[in-house]
Design a protein around this ligand. Structure first.
Ligand code: G6P
Ligand code: ZN
Length: 583
C-alpha cells in the first residue's frame, strides 16, 4: 500500500525537557495538538541520519492509556522520516528491559537489527485519562539516550517549525502478529508486530539455571507470589514463572496488564503493592493463611522490583549487595567472575562492603540508569543497583525487574540445593539477609519522600542545605543541639561525578552530609515527577557489631531522622509534618 508524506507546520511547546527517564506529563498534556509529534520529531532530528533513514526502530511500552494512539502516530512519523521498519510488541506491550533486550539481541528475518527505540512509559507513575503518559528514547546499546542526546532533543523542541507525517497510512492492527508492508516516496516501510516474550525468555535462559529454579519451585517447602500491579510484567510473568518454571497460576497476582493499572499506583514498594504486602504477612490486616516464602513485585514497565520474604522486607540496597555477593556461585552467567559492581549515590553502602571484601571494582554514580550503561559498555561493571527498587546486570542496559526475581530464585535454589528434597528446613529469604548482615554488617536505611511540594520551596530547602555546608563546625553545633548521641559530621558536599569512560561531568547530583561513623544523610530532588517537586531524603547508618544488627530500622534510624528534618527545616519549607511515603 502506498503512502504520501505531508509536512505539518508547528511551533515550539514549552516544557519538553526530558527528565531522568524521558518526558513524563499528564495524558491531557500529551493530547494537546502537536505535543507528541513535536517531541518525536525533535528526537529524530537529534539523531545522526543513519539512525533514522533506512533504520529499524522499536516502538512499544507498558501499555498505559494513550499508548495505542501514540504508537500509531509514531509509526506514521517514522514512515515519513524514512525509517525502514518499525518493530512493535503485540498490543503495544514491551517491558523496558525487553525493549533493551530486543535492541541488543533480536534479528529480523532479513538479519536487520534495531538501532533505537521509543519506549512509551511513565514507569511507576499511575496511568489513565487523568494520569501520566511518558516517552523516552533508547540507543543502539539498548540503554537510555545520554544527556548529550536528550539535551539536543530539548534544544530541538525549542526551535521546531515542522514535521513530516504519513497521514494517510492506515492504522496498523497491533493485536495481530505479522508484518504489514507499505510503499512510500523513499521506498519500502514495514511494521512488524511480534511477541517480545520469546526474545526475553531466550535471554533469561542463557543467564540463569532454569532447571535448578524449577526444582526449587516444585518443592512443597517453597511457596511464591508475584505481583505485576497490572503493569507490563504480567505479559512475561505467566510465560516465565508458570510455563517455564512450573509455578502455580495462583502465584500470579494482578498479572493482566491494564491501561490504568487497575486504578493503582504501579510502584513496587510497601505502600503501593498493598495486596502483595498483605499476602506476605507484612500488612496491617492479616489475610489469614501462611504467607508464601518468597514474594516479588514489579512497576508499570517492569524494570523495578521489590523482593520480600515471609513477613520480611529486603531493602533494594541490601538486595543488590546480596546478589553481588552470591552471583558467582549461584548464577551461571557470572560463573567466571564479576567485572565490577556499581550503585547510585543515594543507595546504601552495603554493596561497597561486598566489593571491598571480594576485591571487586566498585563505582558510585549519580541517580539514573544511564550512568551504569557507560560502565557496562566499557566492560567495567557486571551487577548494579539503586535504592529506588532497580537492580540489574550487563545482560541489557536497563534495570530488569524479572531478572532480579530470577536472581533471588537462583540464590535461594543454590542455598537450598542440598536441603530441597530432604527434611531439612528451607533456607529462607530472611535467613539469607540475616546471614549477609552477620558477615558484612548491616546498613540501616530508610527513604522519606515529600511528593508534590511547591517547586520554589523545594529549591529553597536545597539552597539552605548547600549554604549550611560552608561551615562543618556550625553544622556540628546544630547537630549536637538536636541529638548528642550521634557521631560528628565529617564532611558535606554536593555530589559530582566524572564518568570514567567518557570524562563527562555531572554536577548537583544530591546534597550529602557524611558522618564519622559512616552514617549519611542525602537530600535530592526527584527527576521523575510530572507535577511540582518531590524531595527525597535518604538516611543510612552502618552497624558492624553483630549484636546490634537485629533492630527495627525506623527505631535504629530515629536520631538521624530527627537531625535530617531539623537540619533541613523540612516542615518550615514544605509545610509538611510527615512524608508522603516512607520506604
Ligand atoms: C528512574 C530511573 C532510575 C532512577 C529513578 C530515580 O526509575 O530509571 O535509574 O533511580 O528514576 O527517580 P527519582 O524520582 O528519584 O529521580
Ligand atoms: Zn520503571
Amino acid at each position: 500500500m502506498a503512502f504520501k508524506v505531508t509536512l505539518v507546520s508547528t511551533s515550539p511547546i514549552d516544557g519538553q525537557k526530558p527528565g531522568t527517564s524521558g518526558l513524563r506529563k499528564k495524558v491531557k498534556v500529551f493530547k494537546q495538538p502537536n505535543y507528541l509529534e513535536n517531541f518525536v520529531q525533535a528526537t529524530f532530528n537529534a539523531l545522526t541520519p543513519e539512525k533514522v533513514k533506512g533504520a529499524t526502530l522499536v516502538v512499544s511500552g507498558d501499555g498505559r492509556y494513550y499508548s495505542k494512539d501514540a504508537v500509531q502516530i509514531i509509526i506514521k512519523m517514522a514512515a515519513a522520516n524514512g525509517v525502514r521498519r518499525v518493530w512493535v510488541g503485540k498490543n503495544t506491550l514491551m517491558s523496558t528491559p525487553a525493549v533493551s533486550a530486543v535492541i541488543r539481541e533480536r534479528s529480523g528475518a532479513d538479519g536487520s537489527k534495531a538501532t533505537g527505540a521509543f519506549i512509551l512509559t511513565a514507569s511507576h507513575n499511575p496511568g489513565g485519562p487523568t494520569e501520566d503518559f511518558g516517552i523516552k528514547y533508547n540507543m543502539e546499546n539498548g540503554g537510555p539516550a545520554p544527556e548529550s542526546i536528550t539535551d539536543k532533543i530539548y534544544e530541538n523542541t525549542k526551535t521546531i517549525k515542522e514535521y513530516p507525517i504519513a497521514e494517510d497510512l492506515p492504522n496498523v492492527d497491533v493485536s495481530a502478529i505479522g508484518v504489514t508492508s507499505f510503499e512510500g516516496p523513499e521506498g519500502k516501510f514495514d511494521v512488524e508486530v511480534f511477541d517480545s516474550a520469546d526474545d526475553y525468555v531466550k535471554l533469561m535462559k542463557s543467564i540463569f539455571g532454569f532447571e535448578s529454579i524449577r526444582k526449587l519451585l516444585s518443592s512443597p517447602k517453597f511457596t511464591f507470589c508475584y505481583d505485576a500491579l497490572h503493569g507490563v510484567a504480567g505479559a512475561y510473568a505467566h510465560r516465565i514463572f508458570v510455563e517455564e518454571l512450573g509455578a502455580q497460576e495462583s502465584a500470579l497476582l494482578n498479572c493482566v496488564p491494564k491501561e490504568d493499572f487497575g486504578g493503582g499506583h504501579p510502584d513496587p514498594n510497601l505502600t503501593y503493592a498493598k495486596e502483595l504486602v498483605a499476602r506476605m504477612g507484612l500488612g496491617k490486616s492479616d489475610t489469614g493463611g501462611e504467607p508464601p516464602e518468597f514474594g516479588a513485585a514489579a512497576d508499570g514497565d517492569a524494570d523495578r522490583n521489590m523482593i520480600l520474604g515471609k513477613r520480611f522486607f529486603v531493602t533494594p540496597s541490601d538486595s543488590v549487595a546480596i546478589i553481588a555477593a552470591n552471583a558467582i556461585e549461584a548464577i551461571p552467567y557470572f560463573s567466571s567472575g564479576l567485572k565490577g559492581v556499581a550503585r547510585s549515590m543515594p543507595t546504601s553502602a552495603a554493596l561497597d562492603v561486598v566489593a571491598k571484601s571480594l576485591n571487586l571494582k566498585f563505582f558510585e554514580v549519580p541517580t539514573g540508569w544511564k550512568f551504569f550503561g557507560n560502565l557496562m559498555d566499557a566492560g567495567m561493571c557486571s551487577v548494579c543497583g539503586e535504592e529506588s527498587f532497580g537492580t540489574g546486570s550487563d545482560h541489557i542496559r536497563e534495570k530488569d525487574g524479572i531478572w532480579a526475581v530470577l536472581a533471588w530464585m537462583s540464590i535461594l535454589a543454590h542455598k537450598n540445593k542440598d536441603s530441597i528434597d530432604g527434611d531439612t528446613k528451607l533456607v529462607t529469604v530472611e535467613d539469607i539477609v540475616r546471614q549477609h548482615w552477620a558477615t558484612y554488617g548491616r546498613h540501616y536505611y530508610t527513604r522519606y519522600d515529600y511528593e508534590n511540594v511547591d517547586a520554589g520551596k523545594a529549591k529553597e530547602l536545597m539552597e539552605h542545605l548547600v549554604k549550611l555546608q560552608s561551615s562543618i563546625p556550625e553544622v556540628n553545633k546544630i547537630v549536637k543541639g538536636i541529638r548528642s548521641d550521634v557521631a560528628n559530621v565529617s564532611s558535606a558536599d554536593e555530589f559530582e561525578y566524572k564518568d570514567p569512560v567518557d570524562g563527562s561531568i555531572s554536577k548537583h547530583q544530591g546534597i550529602r552530609y557524611l558522618f564519622e561513623d559512616g552514617s549519611r544523610l542525602v537530600f535530592r530532588l526527584s527527576g521523575t515527577g510530572s507535577e511540582g517537586a518531590t524531595i527525597r531524603l535518604y538516611i543510612e547508618q552502618y552497624e558492624k557489631d553483630a549484636s546490634k544488627i537485629g533492630r527495627e530500622s525506623q527505631e535504629a534510624l530515629s536520631p538521624l531522622v530527627d537531625i535530617a528534618l531539623k537540619l533541613s527545616k523540612m516542615e518550615e519549607f514544605t509545610g509538611r509534618s510527615a512524608p508522603t511515603v516512607i520506604t
